[in-house]
Design a protein around this ligand. Sequence first.
Ligand SMILES: Cc1ncc(COP(=O)(O)O)c(C=O)c1O
Length: 379
Amino acid sequence: MESKLPDVGTTIFTVMSGLANECGAINLSQGFPDFDPPSELLDRVQHYLRSGHNQYPPMMGVPSLREAIAGKVEEIYGCRVDAETEVTVTSGATEALFCAIAATVRSGDEVIVFDPAYDSYEPAITLQGGITRHLPLRSEDYLPDWQMVEEAISANTRAIVVNTPHNPTGTAWPEADLERLQSLVLEHGLYLVADEVYEHILFDGRRHESACRYPDLFSRSFVVSSLGKTYHCTGWKIGYCVAPAELSQEFRRVHQYVTFTSHTPTQLGLADFMASHPEHHLELGSFYQRKRDLFIELLEESRFSMVPSAGTYFQLLDYSAITDEADTSLARRWTREVGVASIPLSVFYELGRQQPVLRFCFAKDDATLRRAAEVLCQL
Ligand SMILES: Cc1ncc(COP(=O)(O)O)c(C=O)c1O
């Protein structure tokens, strides 16, 4: 059969996690915590599992969860959205990104994606017959070169995908970049797919610049987040998309034939937990900042160099003082021989641009981070 996605193989995250398991290595590759969600959240989900909430929920998500999401979006970003028509619960952010792209992109449309980029955007664009225009973020700060963006926009440009805080680099866009983005989106009539799955994980007093904060930008945006990232339950695959009613309507037309809806007890449990623990997402930044600081402090004596992450639960480490081996082979070799798994940065670039940099996930127990750092300091 002729493949519709001939360039797609098994994702590097699956490959590296598999290798880590096989070798018994400490897995700092794939982005998930090695600790459990809050026990009260587990209790709430179990309660719904055991009390007859095991059939299809509404297509757009259970009302209590949509209301909790709408409340949070208004409280944090000052953006009032209607839970009935503008919030859709999805099976992870991955599904929301897919539906937003499928609802927007037509055959022959171009979509701007910044490299290094999360790997799910391009296949979704390709499946719609769209063309991905990869633009590199500036190498010095991993922020966009707006001159380059302006030059790349053509009559065929339909949408732009933005991810802040950013996986894999750990940068967070400042206000000035959102303002530039807003003016380009409005000037050229583009749509924005805003991947904000790390919206609550920012450090050193930074504020998350959500597209929801900018009313004109929001009018053309699909804002995507992941409750898996926020509540330490990535395996539950619950995410959402917030978009103005007209865009949400198109989004739901796709969503109802992709998954239709998502697991009922987890939605109900998350809704209860969000209502009773509003502090959880507010404290998530400091929770992960402690882990970032610990990881960096433990690596002080190592030969790695780094710029501390501004957000997310990833830290890039530059290994140029240790070896000039290519990042893809080094990540594999260190998993096998040293026992710590990471992700090579080059895989997030269209053409695999080489840089002596690996991505490490610090969403791990302190003991795991200590064990990993001990090994890394010996390199
Ligand atoms: C930038 C980014 N977007 C989307 C996702 C997918 O989120 P989910 O697990 O909720 O589908 C991830 C997960 O790692 C991510 O890092």
